[in-house]
Design a protein around this ligand. Structure first.
Ligand SMILES: Nc1ncnc2c1ncn2[C@@H]1O[C@H](COP(=O)(O)OP(=O)(O)OP(=O)(O)O)[C@@H](O)[C@H]1O
Ligand SMILES: [Mg+2]
Length: 365
């Protein structure tokens, strides 16, 4: 049977008007016209009241619940109905509160929250699967290579002295990269889980920058690259413009990762600049090279674990593809954000900021 607000109102209004008219006609002395008019009046009033009550308070809300459920079934919840904090989810206004609407809103809010949670869990699950696949692949390569060299030696290559040395060196090189990979993975997971916490203190970025460049001089020389430290400060920045408040060892790791990338992927015979620029409250650190640059399609992904633009070249340089992921995490723990810009053929620039240690603060301490 077709049930809607109009049909229900019609049925109820007819019954009420008939009963009213019947009762009045039983009262002796009631004129026929009065019986007729009261029948008409009670029909009209009852129809309007019932229609409004059913249509606006019940049927519309129930229909809206059905519509939302059919969307949920089709997983089409990208509409305004399912946005968290959508106006629909707010409670009914005014002195009159429709309980069905409230139930509807509660269900929508709850469903929306759960759907978002499910989506998040699905993404995490996919990320976990990809991560395990990546780790296994990265571990497999050096492990199998070292295993191959050792087995070949055991199977007889040991007798030949030159082959023996070469194979042992190759096995050792592969095991070294395996160790580096495991160490990087451990660092990354410890930073993420909070097992490694940042230990901020005052230190001088100028000194640290010099230290890093000195440490990487050998690497740079191998590719005839010059590493330059550029300092930019105004008189108003005080005597110690490059004193910052951060974890020195972790920031050293960040600078090494960025400068070494500049050396590895920079132009042979080119330059890598490490620039420190003091601002009022922060020091901006920029690492720039004049190398091959990074294509825009890869630029957004280089901070992902194991992401390498040129896999073979990066591997040849002993890269695990974790350096920038670690860098990003360390800086996030310092409430800082790393920015990158690059132009193919011209070079790449990475930059981030660290809070300055203001001299006034140290005097107050
Ligand atoms: N300065 C740069 N110029 C051009 N490409 C770069 C530069 N820095 C990073 N890349 C690209 O981004 C990728 C990711 O860098 P990342 O430092 O995370 O890994 P990696 O250098 O390959 O290995 P790792 O740093 O773990 O030894 C690199 O493989 C390289 O392709
Ligand atoms: Mg790197």
């Amino acid at each position: 049977m077709f049930v809607n607000a109009k049909a229900v109102a019609l049925l109820l209004a007819t019954s009420v008007s008939l009963i009213t008219a019947a009762f009045l006609s039983l009262v002796s002395g009631t004129p026929q016209l009065a019986v007729f008019l009261s029948g008409i009046l009670s029909f009209g009033a009852c129809f309007v009241l019932t229609f409004v009550t059913f249509e606006f308070l019940i049927f519309r809300e129930v229909n809206s619940i059905y519509n939302k459920f059919s969307k949920i079934k089709k997983r089409d919840y990208a509409t305004a109905d399912f946005q968290i904090n959508s106006p629909d989810v707010s409670h009914a206004v005014g002195f009159f509160t429709n309980p069905i609407r409230q139930v509807n809103e509660e269900i929508t809010a709850y469903t929306t929250e759960k759907l978002h949670e499910i989506d998040k869990l699905k993404k995490l699950e996919q990320y976990r699967r990809e991560f395990i696949a990546d780790v296994s692949h990265e571990l497999k390569t050096p492990l199998f290579a070292a295993q191959g060299f050792i087995h070949t030696l055991i199977d007889g290559a040991m007798e030949d002295e030159t082959v023996r040395m070469t194979f042992l060196e190759k096995a050792a090189k592969n095991l070294d990269s395996l160790t580096r990979l495991v160490k990087d993975l451990l660092t990354l997971s410890q930073i993420e889980s909070g097992a490694i916490t940042m230990m901020p203190d005052i230190f001088n970025l100028h000194e640290l920058g010099k230290d890093v460049i000195e440490q990487l001089e050998n690497h740079a020389e191998k590719r005839s690259i010059q590493c330059k430290l550029v300092l930019k400060a105004r008189k108003t920045d005080g005597d110690m413009p490059f004193n910052v408040w951060a974890d020195e060892q972790r920031i050293k790791q960040v600078l090494i990762n960025l400068v070494i990338n500049g050396i590895k992927y920079g132009r042979e015979g080119g330059t890598v600049w490490l620039e420190l620029k003091a601002n009022e409250n922060a020091v901006k650190i920029t690492v720039r090279d004049d190398g091959q640059g990074i294509n825009p399609e890869h630029l957004g992904r280089i901070f992902e674990r194991f992401y390498r633009v040129d896999k073979s070249r990066s591997k040849m340089q002993g890269g695990t593809g974790l350096g920038l992921a670690i860098t990003k995490h360390i800086l996030e723990k310092h409430n800082s954000k790393i920015n990158v810009s690059s132009q193919v053929g011209l070079g790449t620039t990475f930059s981030f900021k660290l809070p300055k240690h203001l001299e006034a603060e140290s005097q107050e301490d």
